[in-house]
Design a protein. Structure first.
Length: 252
């Protein structure tokens, strides 16, 4: 039987596409080595906050940080900028934990669910001292969520996972190991407050608010900061800090 020429051409294109994809960093070809329990992608949301401030006499573009500027020609008008990052649904009714630095002083917050639906987000409470904030959305259906783990059981060397959010690796799952445990010197709790993870891949500005999961797929921390050079370490807020803060927000 003779195979049509167009089929041969399409098959070659298909094969080349697969080969290119599996060579890309973060491609899910490594999924077979990852525990099934860490698949929590449906509970990860994209957060976009818009802030508004008065324009000053500074030159255009002087604002620093992970922001996109929308400048006006008239200095008396408002200057707006936006921030984006990630968040994790921790309650199926629509409670999300994210970084405080992503939503502080926001004039508006848009939350994009994993299925592409956008919802308006409302800040319930911010805890800048540990860089976490809780948002509420009002979905018309129950949401997937990630249970909170007990972070006080973490020890250096524990294996953890992070679902990336930055554009160049959004949705990719990265494996890392806990390298350092940070406990408060004086606190009502003596447990873990922050911990450091070492990855084999750099995290970027858009990864703020990304989840740190244990091998069972539960939330053990939330990315707060990451190094852009050196040993590719990231700093995470411990899940027990999130749990304690969640107990001090208004009832939703």
């Amino acid at each position: 039987m003779t195979i049509p020429a167009y089929f041969k051409r399409n098959f070659v294109v298909f094969l080349m596409t697969i080969l290119i994809l599996i060579s890309l960093p973060g491609f899910s070809a490594h999924a077979a080595t990852v525990p099934r329990g860490v698949d929590r992608s449906q509970a990860i949301v994209s957060i976009h906050s818009v802030n508004a401030v008065r324009a000053t006499g500074d030159k255009a573009g002087a604002l620093s940080g992970p922001a996109v500027l929308f400048l006006t020609k008239n200095p008396s008008q408002l200057m707006k900028y936006s921030r984006s990052g990630s968040g994790v649904i921790i309650d199926p009714r629509g409670i999300i934990v994210t970084n405080a630095h992503l939503v502080q002083n926001a004039a508006g917050i848009s939350v994009k669910l994993a299925n592409g639906i956008r919802l308006e987000g409302r800040v319930l409470r911010e805890f800048p001292e540990c860089d976490i904030a809780f948002l509420a959305v009002r979905p018309s259906f129950p949401l997937s969520y990630v249970p909170l783990a007990n972070s006080d059981g973490l020890v250096p060397g524990d294996r953890v996972y992070c679902i990336g959010h930055a554009l160049n690796h959004r949705g990719s799952l990265f494996e890392g190991k806990v390298s350092t445990i940070m406990k408060p010197s004086v606190s009502r709790r003596s447990g873990t407050k922050f911990f450091q993870i070492r990855f084999g891949f750099h995290l970027y500005g858009g990864d703020s608010g990304s989840p740190i999961l244990n091998p069972g797929g539960d939330l053990v921390g939330l990315v707060s900061a990451g190094r852009r050079s050196g040993d590719m370490a990231a700093l995470a807020v411990a899940s027990n800090v999130i749990r304690d803060a969640y107990g001090n927000i208004p009832k939703y």
